[in-house]
Design a protein around this ligand. Structure first.
Ligand code: PEP
Ligand code: MN
Length: 339
């Protein structure tokens, strides 16, 4: 990091900062500018240093962090893109898979109607929530294990893999019997007990960005899972909370190239939660693919008007089929493939 001293800082103040940095194990490179003295601090235990503590030292103007606080999630750790395999379906390579399905698993008939149509379009990753993080406790909370059983059976019938949300670490052992990928919902992005437990499993994780989380916070949450030993993490941009009210969330499409630069982990976009409105989903899915998304999570329902959750943002089956055609065309332009 670089410590910028205040204009006119005295030798006693400068020496005080140098002593503190040295005690933290840093080597100091001092340079004296026309107005400011700069102290470059290299080496040392950066993880244990809070830059704000240094900013409070006498005579300090600003502390600029240079290295990133996340290590395993960063590009420097792994310059090559990571490809995560979800039961044999890769995310992060040339192919951009769709993770599609209803918001919630509601019944066997519902899952069969949706999954058969998706499978016919080449979709291999079936999404569906059995444990639902609903804003209101009076809303449908999901079918629980019974829903996972339905999903597993339907997915197996169509040669698909199961992606479903885990809300609590105590559910992990039971869910291992049914899911090919654990989804961590936006609301749980900073549930560190859950993230640590998922660091111990040998199953890929889809980590959604919290509604108010910065990209750095998302990468640090991924770091919890990676540092626990599970290297199969896929990030998901699903919209953040802004001052805009015409959409449910604001899909931060720019997070896709930003994350590609900072991290080797694949990044999937979820324009369904990112917009909250069916008619906005296809345009933002197209934009996300063009921006470099490594996968697309899309909510689809055969009868959205009857859906028990998120019906307004679910694509109908014909809408999904039309979107797939468009995505296949866009994929060519950005040297990707959509099945
Ligand atoms: C979901 O995928 O259905 C969901 C609840 O998403 P999020 O956690 O992004 O709100
Ligand atoms: Mn949903």
């Amino acid at each position: 990091m670089v410590v910028v001293m205040q204009e006119g800082a005295g030798e006693k103040q400068i020496q005080g900062v140098i002593d503190r940095l040295t005690s933290l194990g840093f080597d100091i490179h001092r340079s004296t500018g026309v107005r400011h003295t700069l102290l470059g601090a290299v080496g040392g235990d950066k993880t244990g240093v809070d830059p704000r503590d240094l900013e409070l030292l006498d005579g300090v103007h600003e502390v600029i962090r240079i290295s990133t606080p996340y290590k395993l999630a960063g590009r420097t750790f792994s310059p090559q893109n990571t490809i995560v395999s979800v039961g044999g379906v890769p995310i992060g390579g040339k192919n951009v898979p769709l993770l599609a399905g209803p918001c919630s698993v509601e019944s066997e008939d519902q899952m069969e109607a949706i999954a058969s149509a998706l499978a016919a379009e080449g979709v291999k990753l079936l999404r569906g929530g059995a444990f639902k993080p609903r804003t209101s406790p009076y809303s449908f909370q999901g079918l629980g294990e019974a829903g996972l059983k339905i999903m597993r059976q339907v997915a197996d019938r169509h040669g698909m893999k199961v992606v479903s949300e885990v809300m609590d670490h105590t559910e992990i052992p039971m869910m291992l019997n049914y899911v090919d990928m654990f989804q961590v919902g936006a609301r749980n992005m900073q549930n560190y007990i859950l993230l640590k437990e998922l660091g111990k499993v040998t199953r890929p994780i889809l980590l959604k960005r919290g509604p108010s989380a910065t990209i750095e916070e998302l990468l640090l949450s991924a770091e919890y899972i990676l540092s626990g030993g599970n290297r199969d993490v896929v990030l998901c941009e699903r919209g953040i909370r802004t001052f805009e009210n015409y959409t449910r969330n604001t899909l931060d499409v720019s997070a896709i190239p930003v994350i590609h630069k900072l991290s080797h982990l694949p990044i999937v976009a979820d324009p369904s939660h990112g917009t909250g409105l069916r008619d906005k989903v296809a345009p933002m899915a197209r934009a996300s693919l063009a921006a470099g998304a490594d996968g697309l999570m899309i909510e689809v329902h055969h009868q959205p008007e009857k859906a028990l959750s998120d019906g307004a943002q679910a694509l109908t089956l014909p809408m999904f089929q039309k979107l797939m055609k468009e995505l296949r065309l866009i994929a060519v332009a950005v040297e990707r493939e959509v099945q």
